[in-house]
Structures are given as structure tokens and as C-alpha cells.
Write a protein that binds this ligand. Structure first.
Ligand SMILES: [Zn+2]
Length: 115
């Protein structure tokens, strides 16, 4: 089955359930736009974010089409979770914390790659 925006959204929602169970919290599902970029080659995917009136907000998830076509589902799902974790960390800390110790700790507990 190929990867579509709807399928990525579904994976994100599943991840929210896992996250809530793991950390005993009640994070909600996101309606942030998801974009599959046909031309993205410099990286596999990323979360676009910006600062608005001192509040950092996630803007959009982008995934490269070639990444989605050329990788296994498990690698793709891990990448989706990784980017979504960035989004949740922005919500929690009001800044992009990158791959710092806190991010790493969350990755370890969730069993996903940190980089
Ligand atoms: Zn990252």
C-alpha cells in the first residue's frame, strides 16, 4: 500500500494514542497540514515551524515523495513518529528543542530513532 496524506494522518493519530499511553497524558490529534513534496531530496521530511508573537507553532509536516516510495513501512512510520514528536515538544516547551536530552529520552521511551 502506498503512502498518502490520509495514511500519514492515520499513523500520526495512532502515535498520539501510543504517546498518551506511554506518558499517561491526553495529547489531542492534530489537524496540521501534511504535504508530500515531490521535489524534496535534501532530507526525508521535516516539521515547518515558526515563532508568532513569542509563541512557537508547528506549521506543516512535509515528507519527501521519494522517501515514501523508497523505504519500508517501518522506517516511514518511525520517521512520521519522530517528526510528530518534534511537534509535541514544541507544544510542550514553546520552542524547537531539536535532538536534545529531553527529546532523546522521549525517543527512548517510545522506541523510536532520535536522529
Ligand atoms: Zn528530528
Amino acid at each position: 500500500m502506498s503512502w498518502t496524506v490520509e495514511r500519514i494522518r492515520e499513523e500520526m493519530n495512532k502515535f498520539v494514542d501510543v504517546f498518551n499511553k506511554t506518558f499517561e497524558c491526553e495529547v489531542g490529534y492534530t489537524s496540521l497540514p501534511i504535504y508530500i513534496d515531490k521535489r524534496l531530496v535534501r532530507c526525508d521530511g521535516y516539521l515547518k515551524h515558526r515563532k508568532v508573537c513569542n509563541i512557537t507553532v508547528g506549521m506543516m509536516f512535509t515528507f519527501g515523495e521519494s522517501f515514501l516510495v523508497n523505504n519500508t513501512d517501518s522506517i516511514i512510520i518511525e520517521k512520521i513518529r519522530h517528526e510528530y514528536l518534534h511537534y509535541l515538544m514544541i507544544l510542550k516547551y514553546n520552542k524547537h528543542i531539536g535532538h536534545n536530552d529531553i527529546f532523546e529520552m522521549h525517543c527512548r521511551k517510545l522506541g523510536i530513532v532520535c536522529t
